[in-house]
Design a protein around this ligand. Structure first.
Ligand code: ADP
Ligand code: MG
Length: 687
């Protein structure tokens, strides 16, 4: 049977002894299947030589010539410099690490081939530490594109290539079973796809492969996405099998809360509140994500679920990723719930000693019903007596695992309901990958009375005019934010930039009351400053990007963002969402510094053209790619081997439908697919 070939241990390959077996098993590679599903990260094109005169800057090339001269120079760094010549020009090759014996090899007139990245400097062409071969029979050329594997130290590219070539040969005799046979209609078989990626022929278009668009990649990406959706289904299924408290929605407590509010919920808020109430009445855990643009009023919806839970006699944990954000939730909940005679409690990493003991004791005893805090709530020592609901804000900053860890804090083996809130709109494809185990509700309507924001891009040279504009706005009773980021990325430089800005704004606008908030401030100081800004005493708030989330001051109608080109789209969108919350027209001025990179220009233009969080998120995904968008590393979001977003978005949508079907209809294939793709993904060095 073909499957048995793939299931063979790597030890069937020549040259795989005890040591290598161990090394491979450390990164999750045990069978030939594991090995062959460890795909190259990229490819080198060594199929042809490039004349020196035609070499392009920043491109890899094989160059064939003769040694013209070689010498060791003693500048700042001892360097071996070799001049290589062909009929079209001269290339300078530099080595910083070399042995004396190497120097003598580079005799004038010796044939040489080098492979490396060409750099064009003023009037000269260079290569640093290329691979090289000397002599008449030297040959760096290859028949096919050369795969470069993600690897770990001590496991060289030659070893990877050798092992994969051997394994491919074995497959030739007995092609592996196609787990998608009869399900999808690919033009290319599994076997062909695998062989192609490990061994792309010289005719293969490198540019297609680089973009992830080759049919071999689509074939495998499709399978990977199906396997991933199946894994998510499994997680979701297991979670759903737990019991959860039955909570009745629209309790007297939450109705009283609504009555106390000076406004009524939007239709969207009302619809989502109904969805939550429905979920929480089921007796199995609610697993729901509420997505809504900045200012759409997610907290209000969460508050109603919280009150229903408390009314049913259960406890609630409300968690946010940063202290500032957690604190703001704490404050708004406190303001809303104190009139209902409920107390809201606070826990962060900074609460220590006796205070901590007290709060933990009360939680365990069940006398505390609402606890707001940071990830401190995940810790094992935090024990609830009757935890009924977990609310997690800015969901994507926490991993699925953290969320499930907290879910295990439920009552009597049951699990609490889970409500995730995210203000960062993410494209549908990413949501499916990241939150696939959650049901999704969208608050797609802003509360009435919000006014549109005009966004203008301004060269930082015109800063004086901007300062005058801030002065005028404050003179007219408005308030403004001035957000500072340093030219380089660094917290301490951001702080310096903010301090410098506050100082010169103070000089330029002596009549304006200026305050400042930054990430290094103690929580009470920060809270006091924010309160002073909210009350209107402070007119101009100079801030680092700590105000990104959660701050709500309707009278602030002007925002300046310094070095806006340095910030990502999601961050700019979050920041801008701080204005436009009142009745006067708001303005956001994005100050940028020339020269702008292509992507920076594109980002700023997107900001100027749209306020729609989803459009911005789509653009962000396109410009940046998903890893950076979600901070993949921190969240433990699936790192795909082959699949890429947004390139494979259409495959993903199809994969979800296929997975839903397979999960219920074909448990054998489901298991095989999950096993094939869900192996451990080690954190490989990027080579
Ligand atoms: P989000 O968390 O979605 O960014 P918030 O829940 O912080 O938004 O709400 C933003 C502001 O809008 C808050 O001041 C809140 O009190 C207010 N708000 C919420 N819902 C409504 C509504 N239906 N009508 C008017 N104001 C609302
Ligand atoms: Mg909020």
């Amino acid at each position: 049977m073909s499957e048995t070939i793939l299931q063979n241990p790597v030890t069937v390959l020549r040259g795989v002894g005890e040591k290598l077996t161990l090394r491979l098993s450390e990164i999750g590679i045990h069978s030939l299947e594991d090995l062959l599903f460890h795909f190259p990260l990229r490819y080198q094109d060594r199929t042809h030589t490039t004349p020196i005169g035609g070499a392009l800057d920043q491109h890899d090339a094989v160059i064939k010539g003769e040694v013209l001269a070689a010498a060791v120079t003693m500048g700042r760094r001892r360097t071996l410099v070799v001049k290589v010549e062909d009929t079209t020009g001269v290339l300078t090759v530099r080595f910083f690490h070399f042995r004396q014996s190497q120097v003598a090899q580079f005799r004038q007139g010796v044939p040489i081939q080098v492979y490396g990245t060409v750099r064009r400097l003023a009037g000269s062409l260079e290569m640093i530490h290329p691979e090289y071969r000397l002599g008449h029979s030297a040959n760096l050329l290859e028949d096919a594109l050369t795969p470069v594997y993600p690897t770990i130290s001590g496991l060289g590219q030659t070893t990877w290539r050798n092992l994969c070539q051997q394994a491919l040969k074995m497959l030739q005799e007995a092609p592996p079973e196609d787990l998608l046979a009869g399900i999808t209609d690919d033009d290319i078989t599994l076997h062909e796809a695998i062989a192609f990626l490990h061994n792309p022929p010289r005719t293969a278009a490198l540019s297609d492969i680089q973009q992830g668009l080759h049919p071999a990649q689509s074939r495998l990406a499709r399978e990977e996405l199906i396997a991933h959706q199946l894994t998510i289904q499994g997680v979701r299924d297991r979670e759903r099998r737990h019991s959860a408290p039955r909570i009745t929605g629209f309790s007297p407590l939450s109705r009283q809360f609504l009555k106390n509010l000076p406004f009524s919920p939007t239709n969207a808020q009302e619809r989502v509140a109904e969805e939550l109430a429905h979920d929480m009445a089921q007796g199995s855990p609610m697993l729901r994500l509420v997505q809504g643009d900045v200012g759409s009023g997610k907290t209000l919806v969460a508050a109603r679920a919280i009150l229903d839970t408390v009314a049913a006699g259960y406890q609630v944990a409300f968690m946010a990723p940063t202290e500032l954000l957690a604190e703001q939730h704490f404050q708004s909940l406190e303001a809303w719930l104190t009139p209902l005679a409920l107390s809201v409690n606070w826990l962060s990493g900074r609460i220590k000693g006796k205070a901590r003991k007290t709060i933990l004791g009360e939680l365990a005893a069940g006398t505390v019903s609402i606890l707001v805090g940071t990830h401190a709530l995940f810790q094992d020592e935090v024990v609830f007596r009757r935890l009924g609901l977990i609310v997690v804000d800015e969901q994507h900053r926490f991993g699925v695992h953290q969320r499930l860890h907290l879910a295990a804090k439920g009552v009597d083996g049951g699990h609490p309901h889970q409500l995730a809130l995210t203000a960062t709109p993410i494209p549908r494809s990413l949501a499916m990958v990241t939150y696939g185990d959650l049901d999704c509700s969208v608050i797609d309507e802003l509360p009435p009375g919000r006014t549109p924001i005009t966004t203008t891009l301004i060269d930082t040279d015109r800063r004086e005019a901007v300062i005058r504009r801030v002065g005028a706005a404050c003179g007219n009773g408005r308030q403004a934010y001035w957000v500072c980021t340093a030219i380089e990325e660094s917290d301490s430089l951001d702080l310096e930039a903010a301090e410098a800005t506050r100082d010169y704004l103070g000089e330029a606008l002596p009549e304006v009351r200026i305050g400042m908030v930054h990430g290094r401030m103690k929580a009470p100081e920060k809270a006091e400053m924010m309160a002073n800004f909210k009350s209107g005493f402070i007119q101009l708030l100079v801030a680092t990007t700590v105000i990104e989330v959660g701050v709500d001051v309707p009278n602030a109608s002007l925002m300046i963002i310094d070095n806006a080109e340095r910030l990502g789209l999601a961050q700019l969108h979050q920041l801008r969402g701080r204005v436009g919350r009142g009745v006067v027209e708001s303005h956001c001025l994005l100050l940028y510094r020339q020269p702008l990179s292509e992507t920076a220009r594109e980002r700023l233009q997107v900001m100027q053209q749209t306020h729609d969080g989803f459009v911005i998120a789509e653009a962000d995904l396109r410009i940046r790619g998903p890893g950076e968008l979600l901070g993949t590393r921190q969240t433990g979001m699936a790192q795909f081997r082959i699949a890429r977003l947004p390139e494979h978005e259409s495959l993903l949508i199809e994969a979800q439908a296929i997975a839903n079907n397979l999960y219920t209809e074909d448990s054998a294939r489901t298991k095989a697919l999950i096993a094939r793709w869900a192996g451990p993904r080690a954190d490989f060095a990027r080579v």
